[in-house]
Design a protein around this ligand. Structure first.
Ligand SMILES: CCCCC/C=C\C/C=C\C/C=C\C/C=C\C/C=C/C(=O)SCCNC(=O)CCNC(=O)[C@H](O)C(C)(C)COP(=O)(O)OP(=O)(O)OC[C@H]1O[C@@H](n2cnc3c(N)ncnc32)[C@H](O)[C@@H]1OP(=O)(O)O
Ligand SMILES: Cc1cc2nc3c(=O)[nH]c(=O)nc-3n(C[C@H](O)[C@H](O)[C@H](O)COP(=O)(O)OP(=O)(O)OC[C@H]3O[C@@H](n4cnc5c(N)ncnc54)[C@H](O)[C@@H]3O)c2cc1C
Length: 558
């Protein structure tokens, strides 16, 4: 859970080679990387810039006389900073640097760069590399820094699947300006399943523990109740169980889309790139945020013992919450999706609704009202309505500011909170729709029934959470919201008997969970005592600090 120093080798280094190196280059590098003869990382972020890639400062200047690129770190802010596995483990890196050929700045490009000797593992001359120090979590990964002092690499180390520099310095452009960002899009496509998995781990711990923990009464005179029987506890945990399933289903879809994109790009078709970028930007942001919230609620749902490291939930939280920042800070990525939504609104206004992609076609179709009692399809229409309403409002705000003479960037900034709200609602609609589609496809009727309960819980919880938007223009009445509330409580109670099976079905082993509270056998109390006794502070009865500090204090006459 604390991460693995080679994680980025598999998660980004190899995928970057697969997607960006030419077949010829990969004959040399890929097999070696796959066999782990070389260990790599993905070095893009710098001390001064992570979000705004156009301002990366590391330069790769082409020297036509030697047919080499000269990598250089011009100032302190240009040091690579954060890449996982860079500090101590990797001897190679895919380095993203601003490419300069014949004095022309051609923007961020990826290069394969050797950092350390393959035999001694010592850093090479011209390279400064090290670890950035302890972090909130992920401390088994050596996130690192890296500087170049006019460090030379062959021309052929530019990853040349999509763009090239010929020996004479002629630049061949890629078919899409952002094709070099593919390693990030890949990880973003995988993040919904990855984060769903983190959330699932925390929930497994909290739900199991909530059936062991007995405290208080619902009806007097009986045995104290399992805390999972409290409606508040169910409300804290069950909607997150639904989300963990929903994120996993949505993630399967984005992974499929990414694989399709890779194939299409190889045939020169880059049309899916904008759609997938927008989709994964929003999904990564919403999923990481809601996962962090869900894990934190799971921790609190375990009361005092949730705060102990014996719960292991704090470590899961630390790792998962990193996802709000890495692969694109969430606000920045929500604003990327917002660009796509605003463009879609502009298309509709220009009478070009027919050109809209399937995920945004609903923005052009108005619905007057819904009858929620008819079922999930009506909820989808309600989600579409709130997302459409907010997307139009935010877009109109931006477009009005533009029309009033504001500069584009200023108008954008003044509309940005509203735009991020639109992006979230659009993404939550997507999650609900993929959840619905996935449940409809389940063949086993008993499984389908339980998952359908979860889906109902999800749509009622989500709609209630978006109620402000739905009430704003009178789309939903307060009596409809009362119906949603009743449905929510109905499904909390209905799911209760299946709650343990729903988390057990994720099949985490005790070794994976590393949680005293979440043990499969439920022997929490005995093992908490054993865990506490094993604490380093309990190795001796009297600590050296007693002689050194406590006694002088206690014996002092002052
Ligand atoms: C595979 C398994 C993964 C499992 C993961 C799951 C769980 C984790 C478990 C364990 C993981 C272990 C380790 C992983 C941990 C950490 C790894 C972390 C790695 C990193 O963080 S790597 C660094 C990531 N950095 C970023 O994400 C930077 C964010 N910034 C950007 O991406 C860009 O700067 C920007 C914000 C997109 C803007 O780019 P810019 O070039 O300035 O473009 P704009 O002018 O804003 O836009 C122009 C235009 O281009 C479109 N665009 C931008 N990007 C793309 C893209 N990628 N594809 C397609 N189109 C793109 C943009 O939309 C604009 O289009 P317009 O039509 O609107 O003009
Ligand atoms: C655990 C972890 C692992 C990482 N692994 C890697 C790795 O392997 N390789 C790698 O290259 N990098 C890695 N990173 C770096 C990571 O990708 C960046 O930190 C991330 O992209 C955010 O960039 P930043 O740090 O520049 O944030 P900043 O952009 O400085 O963000 C600071 C604040 O400014 C806001 N902001 C910035 N720009 C805008 C804007 N245009 N509009 C509105 N608000 C804005 C943000 O929303 C945020 O609130 C890792 C980071 C972490 C935490």
């Amino acid at each position: 859970m604390e991460g693995h120093p080679l994680a980025l080798h598999d998660v980004m280094f190899i995928p970057a080679l697969v997607a960006q190196a030419s077949d010829e280059q990969n004959k040399k590098w890929l097999r070696r990387a796959q066999r782990r003869e070389i260990v790599g990382c993905y070095a893009q972020t710098e001390l001064g810039h992570g979000s705004n890639l156009r301002k990366l400062e590391t330069t790769a200047t082409y020297d036509v006389s030697t047919q080499e690129f000269v990598l250089h770190t011009p100032q302190i802010t240009s040091l690579k900073w954060w890449p996982g596995g860079l500090g101590k483990s990797s001897n190679y890196a895919v380095v993203v640097a601003n490419m300069i050929v014949k004095e022309k700045h051609l923007g961020p490009h990826s290069f394969l760069v050797q950092l350390r000797d393959e035999i001694t593992h010592q850093s090479l001359k011209g390279i400064t590399v090290g670890d950035i120090g302890p972090k909130l979590s992920f401390n088994a990964i050596d996130n690192g820094f890296l500087g170049f002092d006019n460090y030379r690499i062959p021309r052929t180390n530019l990853l040349m699947r999509h763009s090239r520099v010929e020996p004479d310095g002629t630049y061949v452009k890629p078919p899409h300006a952002k094709i070099n960002y593919s390693a990030m899009v890949r990880v973003r496509s995988h993040m919904a399943t990855g984060q769903g998995n983190f959330l699932a781990q925390a929930l497994t711990i909290a739900v199991r523990y909530s059936t062991v923990r007995r405290q208080g009464f619902i009806e007097s005179g009986e045995q104290e109740v399992k805390v999972l029987d409290y409606q508040t506890q169910q409300h804290r945990l069950f909607p997150s169980i639904a989300k963990a399933y929903a994120f996993t289903f949505a993630g399967y879809e984005t992974i499929r889309l990414y694989e399709q994109l890779l194939k299409e790009v190889d045939t020169g078709n880059v049309s899916l790139m904008a759609d997938l970028h927008a989709l994964t930007s929003g999904l990564k942001s919403v999923v990481t945020h809601q996962t962090a919230q869900g894990i934190e609620q799971a921790r609190m749902a375990c009361g005092g013992h949730g705060y102990s490291q014996a719960s292991y939930i704090s470590e899961i939280f630390g790792v998962a919450v990193g996802g709000c920042t890495y692969e694109g800070e969430n606000m920045v990525m929500l604003l990327q999706l917002a660009r796509y939504l605003v463009k879609s609104v502009e298309q509709i206004k220009a009478g070009e609704s027919g050109k809209l992609g399937p995920l945004v076609a609903y923005l052009a179709v108005k619905v007057d009202g819904v009858d929620l009692e008819k079922g999930v399809e009506e909820y989808m229409k309600a989600f579409q309505h709130v997302s459409r309403l907010q997307t139009w409002k935010a877009s109109e705000k931006f477009l009005k500011l533009l029309k009033s003479g504001e500069k584009r960037e200023v108008a954008w900034n003044k509309s940005s909170v509203e735009l991020t709200r639109a992006s979230r609602l659009h993404t939550r609609l997507y999650i609900a729709e993929t959840f619905k589609r996935s449940v409809q496809e389940v063949a086993d009727p008993r499984l389908k029934e339980v998952l359908t309960d979860l889906l109902h819980l999800h749509v009622n919880y989500e709609l209630l959470d978006m109620a402000t938007y739905a009430l704003e223009d009178g789309f939903l009445s307060s009596s409809q919201l009362d119906y949603v509330r009743d449905q929510l409580y109905f499904y909390l109670a209905k799911i209760r008997p299946n709650a343990v099976s729903l988390v057990d079905s994720w099949e985490f082993s005790d070794m994976q969970l590393r949680s005293v509270l979440g043990r499969r056998d439920g022997n929490v109390y005995e093992n908490l005592v054993a865990w506490a006794k094993a604490s380093p502070l309990n190795k001796t009865d009297v600590l050296p600090s007693v002689e050194k500090y406590l006694k002088p204090m206690m014996n002092s006459k002052l």
